[in-house]
Design a protein around this ligand. Structure first.
Ligand code: SF4
Ligand code: SF4
Length: 261
């Protein structure tokens, strides 16, 4: 059989401030990983292998947020060497849980936590990758969904836009025939303002959604907050409910701020 001389596209996976959970989703592709490895050259993926290949790269997946001056310089170099740059997860698309620092004085944390605070070089804010460089696509979730990741990878390898829905978790509940936990049981749920991707995992187990996929397109957070208030949620709780993995996402950030006293 004649071997194809066509060069395989180079895939690189990069990590910034994060827990590695989204990179683990890449590894968890299991059945699909062999096919993927056959279709692309995995040129840089330190979670999987120490072997690396020099860029430029066709597709770079970037996990994690920018939290240090070194991060900010490094992401610019990665952008220069990447044809397409896709951010994966709440850290990379919204600053992650570490964006909670954005609402406090980070110098105070550093002075309390570290014995030698003068050795710590950090930025006052944890910011998404798109605050620093041009991003071709943002895949939300904490962690991301493996089926959506496959769709995004396939799309970029074939030069088309990914087909990832921007509608809410509520739509996924309806598709699954899951009874609404908020209407039927009075359970607080962020499903009406959270982007689809998990298949309505939590409502499917009779639990409310806590928004790990981040804001959907044009979320009506004000209306949801009114309903959560009717279920007994006080302003302090409303602040906390919007201030989790996607605290830095503009829609959730504004929703939390509007209930701060
Ligand atoms: S988005 Fe969540 S799972 Fe992914 S790296 Fe950040 S904290 Fe971990
Ligand atoms: S918290 Fe919401 S978005 Fe996250 S898995 Fe549960 S239902 Fe899905």
């Amino acid at each position: 059989m004649r071997r194809s001389r066509r060069r395989k596209p180079k895939l690189a996976v990069w990590k910034f401030a994060s827990c590695d959970g989204c990179q683990l989703t890449v590894l968890n592709l299991e059945d699909e990983l062999l096919a993927l490895a056959g279709a692309v050259e995995i040129a840089h993926f330190l979670e999987a292998s120490r072997a690396t290949v020099r860029g430029p790269y066709d597709v770079s997946l970037v996990e994690g947020s920018i939290t240090t001056p070194h991060d900010a310089r490094r992401i610019r170099r990665i952008r220069e060497r990447s044809r397409y740059l896709v951010t994966i997860g709440a850290c990379a698309t919204a600053g992650g849980i570490q964006a909670l620092r954005n609402f406090k004085d980070v110098r105070e944390f550093v002075s309390i936590v570290y014995a030698k605070p003068e050795y710590i070089e950090t930025l006052s804010q944890s910011t998404p990758i798109s605050n620093h460089v041009r991003v071709d696509f943002e895949l939300q979730g904490c962690p991301i969904d493996r089926r959506q990741l496959l769709e995004v990878l396939t799309a970029f390898l074939h030069g088309r836009r990914p087909n990832v829905p921007a509608h809410s978790v509520c739509m996924e509940c309806k598709r699954r025939g899951v009874v609404c936990v908020m209407v039927a049981r009075g359970v607080p749920c962020l499903g009406p303002v959270t982007q689809a991707g998990c298949g309505a995992l939590c409502p499917g187990h009779a639990r409310g959604c806590y928004g790990c996929f981040g804001p959907m397109e044009t979320p009506n957070t004000a209306s949801l907050a009114t309903w959560l208030g009717r279920l007994g949620m006080a302003d302090a709780s409303l602040v906390r409910v919007f201030r989790t993995f996607n605290a830095g996402a503009p829609a959730f950030r504004a929703a939390a701020e509007s209930h701060e006293s």
